[in-house]
Design a protein around this ligand. Structure first.
Ligand code: NI
Length: 181
């Protein structure tokens, strides 16, 4: 069986894996990846037509348009989770139904520019906060009642770095497969 047949289109960069020992250097790299996500995403979508944006990244999956809006939805929630963890004692965060959010009109049909603007402003603020924090702050945590786990900010940071690249790869993988340049 060829490698292309075994590839899981849902996980173009693989599933998220936890990092045990987070060094200051690694954390700094992650923060820069958070800062750079909006330009990475813009680079992936800037030439796409509306028709291309309305193509699912895999059979039965979200369209590229929904993927872009989902990134804004997810990262807005993430930013709020970080701020809560930094200002309260291990807060329980609010989860949301990402499938239903992605099905609403703004996500399903809205211009991606709105979410590119959201992500640009949001990641600017997020990385400003992250860069300002002493390493000890990254052991602060929030409780996710859906996953039933406590997530430290180090873990959450790694998770959202992965999450951004994961969805950008949905877009770039489809572009490669369709030979869109
Ligand atoms: Ni996602």
């Amino acid at each position: 069986m060829g490698e292309w047949q075994m590839k899981d289109e849902r996980y173009p960069i693989g599933k998220f894996s936890f990092t045990q020992d987070v060094t200051d250097e690694l954390r700094k790299e992650w923060i820069e990846e958070i800062a750079n996500l909006p330009s990475l995403l813009k680079g992936a979508v800037h030439r796409l037509t509306d028709e291309q944006l309305d193509t699912p990244y895999r059979d039965g999956g979200w369209t590229l348009r929904q993927v872009v809006h989902h990134m804004a939805d997810s990262h807005m929630n993430a930013y709020i989770r970080f701020k809560l963890a930094l200002t309260e004692e291990q807060p329980t965060i609010k989860t949301y139904n990402q499938t239903k959010w992605a099905g609403m009109v703004d996500s399903a049909e809205g211009p991606i520019q709105s979410s590119l603007y959201v992500l640009e402003g949001l990641h600017d603020r997020w990385s400003t906060v992250l860069r300002s924090l002493p390493p000890t702050e990254f052991s602060k945590a929030f409780y996710n009642p859906e996953m039933k786990i406590k997530l430290s900010l180090d873990t959450a940071l790694a998770l959202y770095v992965w999450h951004g690249k994961h969805h950008v790869a949905h877009i770039t993988s489809l572009c490669e497969k369709m030979n869109w340049k």
